[in-house]
Every structure is written in structure tokens, then in C-alpha cells.
Write a protein that binds this ligand. Structure first.
Ligand code: 5AD
Ligand code: SF4
Length: 477
């Protein structure tokens, strides 16, 4: 296209608008928030860390437990004050609620929080520029459809600069939604049916990330090991097949995936834990309960014995495997005996870490309708006992790392000057004195001390590479 009168540089370009995004809940929300920022960047939105200065505030919300959902409303109370202050300065602030609360509550959010201009569910983020345009023009907008088009085809990829800023460990969504319908869980309703992205699109996204310096990749999905996206050969690929393919991408040194369901741990995934060096010896495999009665009431589709069997097979394939899990205490009808079974499972398996939650009835889920709800005080007492057991095993696992040397991928400056912080293969944060130039590099570190939340270590003498050795031989060393 040619212009008869070319515009002066910058003339007519819209003023940059400042965008503040806050994520709650899971890693997929973190990933989605990044995609939203990437999609709005070409439209002239620049991210700010200060909500008071923002022209657009997006809260990317979580609906998994009542507490998480309620947090949004208290945050909206604070945002309302900022919005009023901005209006006092003659500036309009647009407030958007995204994520799973948006999907689950829709219009209701506009009724409860008058400051909200836009409600947008997770399947409509690719429509964000248009939706925000309408909200900026003064319309109250609610978009919670499950559109036919694939949002991933439309969402913009990150710029190289954005990827660099986010660091060397990145997430990529490979699968979204869930068809399992555990009776306590809102995910099948908020994220919809299980959908896998085609392998070629994931590979292209990872190649871009790797070219911008990403070294560690976590493939994410609500039920990630149910992945069955179409592969390069036109057939459905399993998660294991996808992991092998991604491991070939230059620059990608480490792979992880989360969150998995015990029913979908395929033989080839177990084999990958044995044979694929880039796949880290760490796995988050939620079990929820150790009682068969409760597992059945939860519609988990696995028993305690099934879980133990799959863990046994994983550990035979990869004896180093550090396991983590999720637990719910106080599911309706849970007796002391059921709860003891859960604690026994923790003692039997010895998780390296775990998350545990009090059951929270969620509107629209079958378990919320059950009459035998457990008293809050009982839930509190059980949670405390379970967390003590989990903490004992976590501390023991961490203590077992003292004196060991393993590779750490350094991610960013540490707490103190001269320190870097990175992750062990088992996902523990590791602090070590190391030059800043090592950010983005894997280095062997010997663990010297165990802190409450991280390990402390010292750089181990790097193994001489063959190139160095060749040089020294040539120099007569
Ligand atoms: N109440 C408590 N915890 C829940 N989770 C999911 N739904 C609920 C609920 N209604 C927990 C599960 C899941 C994790 C992400 O959140 O343990 O694995
Ligand atoms: Fe929720 Fe169960 Fe699906 Fe996990 S597997 S997302 S707990 S329904």
C-alpha cells in the first residue's frame, strides 16, 4: 500500500493504554494471562504492575473453591476505589473479570460488582480486543460462550522480548477442559469438554519459545495425560509421543507436565519416565483420597490399589521420581476411618510434596447436593493432621537431598546479592552463589543446607567438556 501523504510517524497512532492483569489459581490462568497480554500488545496495550495507573484491569479468576472465588469480590472492592479515583482524575478505568468465575457466574458478577464492565470466559480470550473496545465505549459486556473457532489459532504469540522477560521456564497449554466429572469439581463446567491442541501447533509454539531462550517447558492441561492431539502423521498422539517430539527441539533441556489423572497414565508415558532424559523425575498425580468408598463417591474412576499400582510402575521405571499430589479432606460422608486411609496412603507413598484442601461445596456439582456434609471443625482438624503428615514427608525428602549434586536450571537473581535461584530436577527452589551470567543455564549444584522453603547449594566443579579436555591435551596438560 502507498500513501499519497504519508502520515507523520506516530500521528494517528492510538495512545498506549496501560493494562494490569492479575492471575488467581492454577498455572493455566498464568498462561492465559500471558496470552491475553500478548493479544492486546499489538492493539497498543502496555502492561503495568500498578493497578491504580491502569486503563484496563483484568482479574483472571479461579472458581475451584469458594475461598478462591470470594477473593475476587474483595479484590473488586479495592479496584472499585481505584476506578472511582481514576474517574475523579477524569480517566476511565475498564474492569474485566476473566477466568473460571467469569464462566461460572456470568451476569451475576455485574449484579454483585457494579464496577465491572466486562465478563469474559476462558474460551473467548481471542475476542478480547473487540470485547474491550465495546466495554471502553461504555457497554456492559458478558461473553461466556464456547465459540466454534479455536482461540489458539487467533491468540497472538508472545514477542521475543515478552518471552525473555518471563524467564527461562515456560508453560504451554496442550490440552484444556476435562471429561472426568469428579463429583466435587467445577472444571468440566468452567473449562468445558476435554480438547487437545494439534501437535504441530504446540511444536511451533515451543520452537518460538526455545528460540527466545526458554530452556524448561511444562506442558499444561486440566487432564494433561489424556492428551490425544492430532500428530504430524495424521494420527492421534499420546502425551508421551508429544514429549518425545518436543524434546527434539533445540534449546529445550527439561520437560514437565501437569496435571495428570491416575487413570490416564499410559505405558508409553511410564516408559518415557525411564527413557527420555529431558523428562524430569517429578510428577504431580492427584489422588484426592486414600479411601475406596470416598474415591467411588468422588467418581474418581480409580481405587487406592490402582493408584498404588501406577505409582509402583512409575517408580520401577524411574526410581528417582519425586511425587506430589492433591488431597481433599471432609468430602461428604467421609468418616474417621476413611480419613485414616488417606493419612495411611501418605505414609505409604511418601510424597515429596502435596497440596491439601478442605472440601468446598461448589454450586452445580453433584457432591454439593449430598446431605452428609462434614462439619467445618472436623474438616479443620483433619486438614491439620494431614498437613502434618505431608510436611513430615516433604521435610524428609528435602533432607535426603543434603550432600547430593544435581543439575539446577538457574532462573533469576536470588534473595541476596550474588545469589541465583533455580529449580532442582524435583522442582525444589535452589539458592546458590553464582554469577548472573548463569541465568538460563543448567549447572551441577551440591546441596549444602535445607531451608524451610528452598534448598541452598554451591556450584559443583563443572565436569570438563571434551572440548576443554582436547585443548588441555593440546597444551600439554
Ligand atoms: N473442594 C476442595 N478442593 C477441591 N479441588 C477441586 N475441587 C475442590 C473442591 N470442591 C482440589 C482438588 C484438585 C485441586 C486442583 O483442587 O484436590 O486436584
Ligand atoms: Fe476436576 Fe476431576 Fe477433571 Fe481433575 S480430573 S479437573 S478433579 S473433574
Amino acid at each position: 500500500m502507498t500513501y499519497e501523504n504519508p502520515p507523520a510517524p506516530g500521528a494517528g497512532a492510538p495512545e498506549p493504554r496501560r493494562l494490569f492483569i492479575k492471575s488467581y489459581g492454577c498455572q493455566m490462568n498464568v498462561y492465559d494471562s500471558q496470552r491475553m497480554a500478548d493479544t492486546l500488545a499489538p492493539e497498543g496495550y502496555v502492561e503495568t504492575a500498578d493497578p491504580a495507573a491502569a486503563d484496563v484491569v483484568v482479574l483472571n479468576t479461579c472458581h475451584i473453591r469458594e475461598k478462591a472465588a470470594e477473593k475476587v469480590y474483595s479484590e473488586l472492592g479495592r479496584i472499585r476505589k481505584l476506578k472511582d479515583a481514576a474517574a475523579g482524575d477524569g480517566r476511565r478505568m475498564v474492569v474485566a473479570v476473566a477466568g473460571c468465575v467469569a464462566q461460572a457466574e456470568g451476569e451475576e458478577i455485574l449484579r454483585r460488582a457494579g464496577s465491572v464492565d466486562l465478563v469474559v470466559g476462558p474460551q473467548s480470550y481471542h475476542r478480547l480486543p473487540g470485547l474491550l473496545g465495546r466495554a471502553e465505549a461504555g457497554e456492559k459486556v458478558v461473553e461466556t460462550e464456547f465459540p466454534v473457532e479455536d482461540k489458539f489459532d487467533i491468540l497472538s504469540p508472545p514477542s521475543r522480548a515478552a518471552t525473555r522477560k518471563r524467564g527461562v521456564a515456560a508453560f504451554v497449554t496442550v490440552q484444556e477442559g476435562c471429561d472426568k466429572f469428579c463429583t466435587f469439581c467445577v472444571v468440566p463446567y468452567t473449562r468445558g469438554a476435554e480438547v487437545s491442541r494439534p501437535a504441530a501447533k504446540i511444536v511451533a509454539e515451543v520452537e518460538r519459545l526455545a528460540a527466545a531462550g526458554v530452556r524448561e517447558l511444562t506442558l499444561i492441561g486440566q487432564n494433561v495425560n489424556a492428551y490425544h492431539g492430532v500428530g504430524a502423521d495424521g494420527r492421534d498422539w499420546t502425551l508421551a509421543r508429544l514429549l518425545w517430539r518436543i524434546a527434539e527441539i533445540p534449546g529445550i533441556a527439561r520437560l514437565r507436565y501437569t496435571t495428570s489423572h491416575p487413570r490416564d497414565v499410559g505405558d508409553d508415558l511410564i516408559a518415557a519416565h525411564r527413557d527420555l532424559p529431558a523428562l524430569m523425575p517429578q510428577l504431580h498425580l492427584p489422588v484426592q483420597s486414600g479411601s475406596d468408598r470416598i474415591l467411588a463417591a468422588m467418581n474418581r474412576r480409580h481405587t487406592r490399589a490402582d493408584y498404588l499400582a501406577v505409582v509402583g510402575r512409575l517408580r520401577s521405571a524411574q526410581p528417582e521420581l519425586a511425587l506430589s499430589s492433591d488431597f481433599i479432606v471432609g468430602f461428604p460422608g467421609e468418616t474417621d476411618e476413611d480419613f485414616r486411609d488417606t493419612v495411611r496412603l501418605v505414609e505409604t507413598i511418601g510424597f515429596a510434596s502435596a497440596f491439601s484442601f478442605k472440601y468446598s461445596p461448589r454450586p452445580g456439582t453433584p457432591a454439593a447436593e449430598l446431605t452428609e456434609q462434614v462439619e467445618e471443625s472436623v474438616k479443620d482438624a483433619r486438614l491439620q493432621i494431614l498437613q502434618e503428615a505431608i510436611e513430615r514427608h516433604r521435610a524428609a525428602f528435602n533432607a535426603s537431598c543434603r550432600g547430593r549434586t544435581f543439575d539446577v536450571l538457574f532462573e533469576r537473581p536470588g534473595r541476596h546479592p550474588g545469589q541465583l535461584v533455580g529449580r532442582s530436577p524435583y522442582l525444589q527452589p535452589v539458592q546458590a552463589i553464582a554469577p548472573a551470567a548463569l541465568v538460563g543455564q543448567l549447572r551441577p549444584v551440591t546441596v549444602t543446607e535445607i531451608g524451610p522453603n528452598s534448598l541452598f547449594g554451591a556450584l559443583a566443579a563443572p565436569e570438563m567438556t571434551s572440548v576443554q579436555r582436547g585443548r588441555e591435551i593440546a597444551a600439554g596438560a
